[in-house]
Design a protein around this ligand. Structure first.
Ligand code: FAD
Ligand code: FES
Length: 511
């Protein structure tokens, strides 16, 4: 990144380039002064936008163009090429847009356009006057941002029992925990964002009930907040161990910024850590603690890490990635008891540990929905419009089970991008847009320098077709049932992964 900043790449677009240098549907990166600019050609149209994704700076030229949008190779954010608008999370900020001038067959880019406010979509019916969001995480944040982006001018209250404003949760087990990202990267937005956008964000505020007929939520302490529309985005909580010693101060779970800070504080004096559970979070924690030079043991009941979700090939790869970095696995074993300085396993093995992190999964926080009598099905049941069984109450994120048109099943997933995009769709539907949630689920996970991207949803499969070489970390795997591709996972094959996602969308709209 530092190199990019010093010397922008590609041709100087202010000097002009022949149109023939970009094929139809193609992209080219050049620069205008110090700014890197992406040129995209669509037939006779040429667009010029910022070359880097506004999420984590992904190189958009390595993504794909679908209709008049560009999709980021890293975490699949989408941008409108006409306006630069970030139309689908995880990016929220628009790309800069540039004027494109044509002189004969030469294209020139010289001037940045004034940032245009996205025009609110046409909505049906009377807009609500008061929206309440319960949850200050991925879904809640994305909904609040989209409500204002869509021009909603009424009252907007976000209630969160966390002490921190919405944070980039995936970072809490990755670079932030590893000590490679400063804490100012963690908030999704600075405090001023909430005041500037009149989002009444109330932290440390526990919602204890919903009065459905009275259209109000009840707060701990007895206060009430009335709503015209309500979004539940209460996320999930870490499953806790109930073995002896699990409540000691050196035993942690990881969900919030406070949890991550507490692990960092303990890690600063630790030599040996035991991670219980080979979940995504458990393994990302293992990687981050290795980056801090702590000896790490991972204890888990399965034969191969991540096999149930990613299959044996990627399970073996993930194991070897961690072993190459010095992680020691104790598989087909579990913890029986935790003492001050060691963990005893069921196998009777003992492992020394001055830090224990429990990553054995999460449980959706359903108690509000349950006590309000909303329909549940191993999650909060929502319609294609993300509305619960009570009119005017929507749900998004880790708690929501929705009819997924791609698998034909009602599914619930625990993915960052899905939670954000559900928040965005729920926001538009609270304003009457009547938009079905048809997004192909996507998640990513990072193990050292190896990113895994996954689209679709396969709870079970009867075949995994492997393209490329898994051990060389250059592969794409298709998870199939009865010959149909349900999901795709890839390492360093971002374009085929994006194309597979676009293909699933096309198949749905053609059906
Ligand atoms: C450490 C970590 C790393 C992760 N990494 C990845 C990753 O790499 N890729 C990926 O796809 N996913 C990842 N995930 C999962 C992803 O973060 C979740 O799927 C996502 O945050 C879910 O969003 P949500 O809005 O449903 O819930 P959350 O983001 O958990 O937000 C829920 C909010 O509701 C609040 N709340 C709950 N109950 C109440 C109540 N009664 N009253 C008031 N407030 C309440 C909570 O305080 C919180 O603010 C990770 C998760 C963790 C914990
Ligand atoms: S860097 Fe583009 S979506 Fe994350």
């Amino acid at each position: 990144m530092a190199e990019d900043a010093a010397k922008p790449s590609g041709p100087d677009l202010a000097q002009g380039i022949p149109l023939t240098e970009i094929h139809d549907g193609g992209m080219l990166v050049g620069h205008v002064g110090d700014d890197e600019v992406l040129l995209v050609r669509r037939g006779t149209k040429v667009f010029a936008v910022g070359a880097h994704c506004t999420h984590y700076h992904g190189p958009l030229a390595e993504g794909i163009v679908v209709d008049d949008t560009v999709r980021c190779p890293w975490h699949h954010a989408r941008f409108d090429l006409h306006t630069g608008e970030a139309i689908a999370a995880p990016a929220f900020d628009a790309l800069a847009c540039w004027e494109v001038e044509r002189e004969g067959d030469t294209v020139f880019v010289r001037r940045k356009r004034e940032a245009r406010k996205p025009s609110p979509r046409q909505v049906r019916g009377k807009p609500p006057q008061r929206v309440v969001i319960v949850g200050g995480g991925a879904g809640g944040f994305a909904a609040s941002e989209m409500l204002r982006r869509e021009g909603y001018g009424g009252e907007l209250v976000m209630l969160s029992n966390d002490s921190a404003a919405p944070v980039d949760r995936p970072n809490l087990s990755k670079d932030y925990l590893a000590g490679k990202a400063p804490e100012d990267w963690v908030p999704l937005r600075p405090e001023s964002f909430y005041t500037d956008n009149r989002i009444d964000l109330r932290l440390n505020t526990e919602v204890t009930g919903i009065d459905v007929p009275g259209r109000a939520v009840v707060l701990a302490g007895g206060g009430r907040e009335t709503y015209d529309r309500l979004l539940l985005a209460t996320g999930a909580e870490s499953v806790r161990l109930s073995i002896p010693g699990a409540d000691q101060p050196h035993v942690f779970t990881l969900r919030s910024l406070a949890d991550s800070r507490a692990i960092i504080a303990q890690a600063s004096g630790a030599r040996r850590a035991v991670v219980l559970g080979a979940s995504f979070i458990g393994l990302e924690v293992a990687a981050s603690l290795r980056a801090r030079d702590i000896e790490v043991h991972v204890v888990a009941p399965e034969k191969r890490p991540m096999e149930r979700i990613l299959g044996p090939q990627l399970g073996d790869l993930i194991r070897s990635l961690h072993e190459e970095q010095g992680v020691i696995f104790h598989l087909e074993d579990t913890a029986a008891a935790i003492e001050r300085n060691w963990v005893t396993l069921k196998s009777a093995n003992t492992l020394e540990a001055d830090l224990v992190v429990v990553g054995i999964g999460v449980r959706p926080r359903l108690s509000l929905a349950e006590s309000a009598g909303l329909a549940l099905d191993r999650g909060v049941s929502v319609s294609s419009y993300l509305e619960t069984s009570a009119a005017g109450i929507f749900a998004a994120g880790d708690i929501a089970r929705w009819p997924d048109p791609h698998s034909g099943e009602n599914i619930r997933v625990e993915h960052w991008v899905v939670a954000e995009r559900q928040g965005q769709t729920a926001a538009r539907n609270m304003l009457g847009a009547g938009e079905k949630f048809t997004v192909v689920p996507f998640f990513w996970s990072q193990h050292y320098d190896v990113p895994i991207g996954y689209i679709g949803h396969a709870e079970s499969w009867d075949d995994i077709a492997v393209e490329g070489d898994v051990t060389a970390k250059d592969c794409l795997l298709r998870y199939k049932r009865n010959g149909r591709v349900l999901a795709v996972a890839s390492i360093y094959r971002d374009v085929p992964n994006l194309l597979a996602e676009a293909e699933m969308e096309r198949a749905l709209s053609a059906a």
